[in-house]
Ligand binder design. Sequence first.
Ligand code: RB5
Length: 149
Amino acid sequence: MKKVAVGCDHGGFVLKDRVVSTLKALGAEVEDFGCFDENSVDYPEYGEKVARAVASGRCELGVVMCGTGIGISISANKVRGIRCAVVTNTYMAKLTKNHNNANIIALGGRVITPDEAEEIVKAWFTAEYEGGRHQRRLDMITRIEEDAR
Ligand code: RB5
């Protein structure tokens, strides 16, 4: 069973319950790193928690949510080994697994609806990484990451 880390700020909270129920319906085990209500919090904290859970191997995948998906994705991408993609439709969701092997996706609670989030999570979770020429490009990204140390 795949374990998926989930985290959001107050702007993404509106999507979280649906994302969690969708992941569970897909057969995933979910670890919820908060936040747990709509009180204002700082998205880097939640992006980092989810990213560290994925980078450490504690969870295989992650879904992060903030108002736009952008701030929390930037935060998650600061953790080595994370490929976090902001996704606004099912095409991007499928392709970011097929080509980028995104281990985290970021969703915006002020950009998409819970219904759209459900379809996006399904498209990403069920898609497969294609490897091949894409692996060369992911290796190039890893090299950039290593140079930045
Ligand atoms: C919070 O107001 C908002 O800035 C945050 O949720 C996110 O959209 C940042 O990128």
